[in-house]
Design a binder for this molecule. Sequence first.
Ligand SMILES: [Zn+2]
Length: 323
Amino acid sequence: MTAITRRGAGMVALASLAGAALPAAAQVPAPAPARLGNPGFHRFRIGSLTVTTVSDGVAQRQVEGFVANAPLADVQAVLAESFLPTTTYTAGYSVTVVETPRGLVMFDTGTGTGAQMAPTAGLLAANMRAAGIDPARIGTVVFTHFHQDHINGLTTRDNLVVFPNAEIVVPAAEWRFWTEASNEASAPAPQKVNFANVQRRFAPYTGRIRQVEDGAEALPGIRAVASHGHSPGHTNWLVADGSDQLLVMGDITHWLELFARRPDYQTALDFDGPAAATTRRRMLDRIAADRLRIAGYHYPFPATGFIARDGQGFRYIPADWSA
Ligand SMILES: [Zn+2]
């Protein structure tokens, strides 16, 4: 009976609010809907280095067709277990910026200003501004791989340079593959677009592009770790200051709730699905065993955390926000 009384009292209160005419001056416009992708940047430290993850926004994809080697119902069951929608999913784009003694180093460049790839992406420039990071201060841009969502931010829609003072560091294997036109004929159909796009985006930076081989350093303390498969020369970068380390992941796991929990799933975006899955399991095993902190390009913002072994796969644990 108590519950009914309470509900009755609530209804009376609501009715009198609805009926009360507010003076015009007190009417406040409804707040704009929250923009997807907020908040825009997040800072933490690796040893003495300051690291900032900066959001370039998000994009929605269809779940159907995204996993190439599992029935849709199985994929949807994994999503449902994680309390996620089962028909569409929202993946982020997050760029990692590290302040080093040699200047600001940025890993990958987002999807490009002016919503070049999705109406809810292309926010990197605005969020860099909010974080106090001037593109002219970026001394080095380091790439994990050359898919469009990672390199398009190098240039504007009109293909003008976005980072006027940056040296560009690329994985040598990735550079060799995408700049060799004869590879295009045998590339999977969805990947062919990358050949022309690589030419276009890197051309304005000719003369300041440096290739780095697996195991070598982009700069002191930033070492290439080959992780081929998602792209022919896909590379992780291990940022170290003393014993503190951060692995910049690129697309080893695209969407965590699928590809960490089911590392054998292959995405429609993988250049070589079986190789990508083998690399993914190997890298996640190492990351879990070494308790490595990671930054993941498509992870939920602020896109940094840890990986632990869990059942047949792995689970992601977001890092403490204050850490
Ligand atoms: Zn990607």
